[in-house]
Design a protein around this ligand. Sequence first.
Ligand SMILES: Cc1cc2nc3c(=O)[nH]c(=O)nc-3n(C[C@H](O)[C@H](O)[C@H](O)COP(=O)(O)OP(=O)(O)OC[C@H]3O[C@@H](n4cnc5c(N)ncnc54)[C@H](O)[C@@H]3O)c2cc1C
Ligand code: SF4
Length: 698
Amino acid sequence: MAFWEVGTGSKGYDRGTVKNWTLRDVAAHWDHSPNYDAQNAAIDSYMRRFRDSAPLCAFPKNARVLDCDCRTGNGTVFFSERYPDARFTCVAMAPTFKTRAEANFAKHGIQAPVTVMTACRLPFDDASFDVVLSYETLEHVPWPTEYIEELGRLLTGNGTLVLTTPNTLWEPVHALSAFLKFDHGEGPHRMVPRREILAAFAHAGLEVVTEKTFVLVPAGPNWLLVIGYWLEKMLPKWFLRMIALRRTFVCKKSTDLWWHKLKADVIDTHLDTACGTAVGISDGTLAYQEQNGALSIVRTSNPAPVPRAVYDACPARFCDYPALNRFVFGKEPQSWLTGTVEQAYIGHASDEALRRAGASGGVITQALIHLLEKGCIRGAVCLRMGNTDPWKAEPVVARTREEILACAQSVYSETPVNTILATLAQEEGPLAYVGLPDQVAGIRKLQQMEHPSVRHIKYVLGPYTGTQMTCEAIRSFLRSNGVRSEREITELRYRAGEWPGKLKITLKNGRVLSADKFHYNYLIPFFITRGCRQIPDFMNELTDISVGDAWSPRYEKQGGGFSVVLARSAQGKDLLESMRSAGLLTLNEIPTDEVLAMHGHMLDFKKRGSFIRNSWKGVAPEYGYRPAHIPLPRIMIEWCLWFFFTAGSTRVMRWTVEHLPLCVIGPVFTILRKSWKAASKPTKRRGLREMKFVTDDA
Ligand SMILES: Cc1cc2nc3c(=O)[nH]c(=O)nc-3n(C[C@H](O)[C@H](O)[C@H](O)COP(=O)(O)OP(=O)(O)OC[C@H]3O[C@@H](n4cnc5c(N)ncnc54)[C@H](O)[C@@H]3O)c2cc1C
Ligand code: SF4
């Protein structure tokens, strides 16, 4: 760690905190404030920081206390009188503060080592302190979010943080008093808004136990101070929170830290994509609950704390694609539109029955069967419809050709495949794995962490993923057809029959409901999942092989089923080539340009749209790269889409669509979709292929 670490701002959590001062600048300011104590002696509010906060907290017996920044040591002296058995450790932001604090402690007979702060990372082990005091320091560090996280790191579970910082409203008063030389001035600082502080506490696993805002009159004649105190007693708490000077927080560090962090960073920020990773590796501490048709994660009654790996592996909030590409492929992709591609092909399974069993060309199914029959794997993780309930898909380890075949085709309703990680370590390996982009990202993160749950996974394959729907979509379709419950279903296929396939639902009474693929797509705007609008990965960029439909008039005219196949890793390419040589796959190389042309619409939806949509969120996921520029007309298109999706998610719209017959809504939707595509095409396609991206480390 560099001495006097430069305050280049927050890398991880909140780019809004970037500031350009350093700890050295802060130290220089305090080193040039020789009258610090003398000036503060005349300011009533100075000692109030300690006096006001002391009744709000209680130190445990023999508490290990960190005072950061201790300035000239007055806080430590104050609290050591209240808690003589406490053992204090101090951090000072300036060398002169260290010297003066040491002199102060010598005078009061206090043993407290003082370290000068030279970086955000403080030189103490995790969970070293029962209490951390941080008075009027947050606003001086160049990286407030990381600073709070660091204080959280140092606390023991259930430890107490006492933090005070000024209300941003008082910035002009501070500026004026510094200008008039009433006090030592604030030096380099930024007063941190309350919302940002609360988000940082949540991110650090700190629960606010008490929050109070003190001081209306910081200094002045006695009569004025008395009025100030009286007003503080009389005015309501919420009003003081708005206008008083000093925000005082007492926080407890959560004993279930990683659940707290997952909740704060992913669940409460609505970034959860329901990939299943967290639940899968949570040792039974987390589970899914369906709410209004969508899946959400809940804490189970299992008293064990949620394991740290859950937070680290979750791809929703932090998913560093450049780093994951380096981990999987040993390099970053040549194009962020397609991801790393060794070779692109158009093709299908040569076995016509297998080809027709697949969603497009049966390539994934054929690859899994080939790996199994060659003995390269002992099983394949894939998704099977109706394993337990006929209307639901469930992840399974398929161990025979028949079982793999039973898993063929696409499942368009939200299914958290990675819940299977709960049992995967005990399975016999090696295994192949098939998943959607967020699920694959979860697997790759776990592989990077060398987590035991993924130790058997040797091959990773996956479909392109444009849009997905919540479980409520099928219920709505059933209700449109006068069927009350999904329990009436005996079989459900999303891509039954000839490519591109139909939705086919067989009911207990023998009735069969079906809808052409492009007709039942009308459900998408009404039931689209949050996750597929958020993730910028369309072509399943972290797989060994990814496969999509070859949407091109040339192949659609021929029928039978064609896939666009991307070999991403050397291992993926070898596998495809060996299947081609063995006559199992019919494959023709195509240039990347053709790959882009086939899916321009969806690529734009992900590579521009996701970044626009995510930028509108309170907290945006971090992918380690982003488009260098998105033109304004494209942003306006996204506003229109936002309007459609928001309107579509309302009850009234869902009710209306349910009451329109499929023979009307299907064709009408197809016409509307085509018109929208044609109208938005010039804007969406303009500059798409030449799009530039920047990576965060660039
Ligand atoms: C939700 C979703 C959206 C898609 N969107 C597009 C798109 O916009 N454009 C496009 O070109 N292609 C899209 N695809 C891919 C396309 O539907 C085919 O899956 C792909 O072409 C592979 O065809 P195949 O015949 O080789 O696969 P198959 O041989 O049929 O094998 C498919 C494999 O994928 C697994 N699988 C199916 N659904 C899921 C799921 N939900 N989660 C995890 N695993 C699953 C199956 O278990 C099976 O092993 C999407 C697929 C899905 C699941
Ligand atoms: S790991 Fe997946 S399912 Fe779990 S919280 Fe993160 S996004 Fe949601």
